[in-house]
Design a protein around this ligand. Structure first.
Ligand code: AMP
Length: 251
């Protein structure tokens, strides 16, 4: 196991070992058949033991169920491989690849990587296409009454669609704080959290990125003829932004 991330809630490892398939049998239907993600929620010693078991079990199973649901809806997210809810362990598909600079292909790293390459029309177009895909992916969630709950540019991953061309798809990861909701407020806050994350990690271009993001988001609502639903989200997003601004003014 190789530790790749340590959050407040979980440890995330990469492993070459599939939970139950022997080495010479490659799993079907995964983009990466040699690496898998193990997400482990360790015990919290300060919590009451029975309560801790209950919380771990329900959060782990909740996340796994959601991954399964996303797969059945054909929404790009890590596929569920195995679940051990009582021990707080989920095995899932590894998504993403190494950028030429060696970094993992999170949206944040990828944007930093192309920003460094300098401004050109081709790079601008590529960034626009990717940000629109991001917006589209979030809209897919929202139109299925799922909110992510923790959208940042680290929880969005680029997946290679071609070995020869710069063609990518976009997947969302880390559904640990996700929930079912059809509330306009929850959807607007989901988008707002990502907007703020982009402002802090990519201050120079965030305005453009956010504009493209919303274009992509809007395009799926438009495709599905959900224009009124889009207007509701758009209006609420404006109100959430205003609230955010007032709060930061007051400190
Ligand atoms: P999480 O705790 O789920 O937010 O994951 C933290 C970090 O682990 C992410 O920012 C990624 O770098 C990595 N990670 C989590 N899940 C995956 C996955 N399915 N594929 C690749 N990397 C992942």
């Amino acid at each position: 196991l190789k530790l790749v991330s340590q959050g407040a809630e979980a440890l995330v490892f990469v492993t070459e070992k599939h939970p139950y398939l022997p080495k010479d049998i490659k799993p079907a239907g995964l983009t990466n058949v040699n690496n898998f993600i193990v997400k482990y929620r360790p015990r919290k010693p300060y919590r009451h033991e029975q309560l801790d078991l209950q919380i771990t079990k329900s959060r782990t199973a909740g996340e796994a169920k959601l991954l399964y649901k996303l797969d059945s809806l054909n929404i790009k997210a890590p596929k569920l491989i195995a679940l051990d809810a009582i021990n707080g362990i989920i095995w899932m598909e590894f998504l993403g690849f190494r950028l030429p600079n060696g970094n993992f292909s999170s949206l944040k790293n990828w944007l930093w990587f192309i920003e460094k390459k300098g401004e050109s029309e081709a790079i601008g177009q590529l960034a626009k296409d990717v940000m629109r895909l991001v917006g589209y992916a979030i809209a897919e969630l929202h139109l299925n009454e799922i909110v992510h709950g923790d959208l940042t540019s680290s929880n969005i991953v680029l997946v290679k669609e071609s070995e020869t061309e710069e063609k990518y798809s976009v997947a969302l990861i880390d559904f640990g704080l996700s929930s079912y909701s059809n509330l306009v407020e929850d959807k607007a806050v989901d988008i707002y959290v990502l907007e703020r994350a982009l402002v802090s990690t990519h201050p120079q271009f965030s305005e453009l990125y956010n504009e493209w993001l919303l274009e992509g988001y809007h395009s799926l609502y438009s495709e599905k003829k959900k224009i009124n639903a889009w207007r509701d989200v758009e209006r609420r997003l404006a109100a959430v932004r205003l609230r955010g601004r007032k709060r930061s003014m007051l400190g």
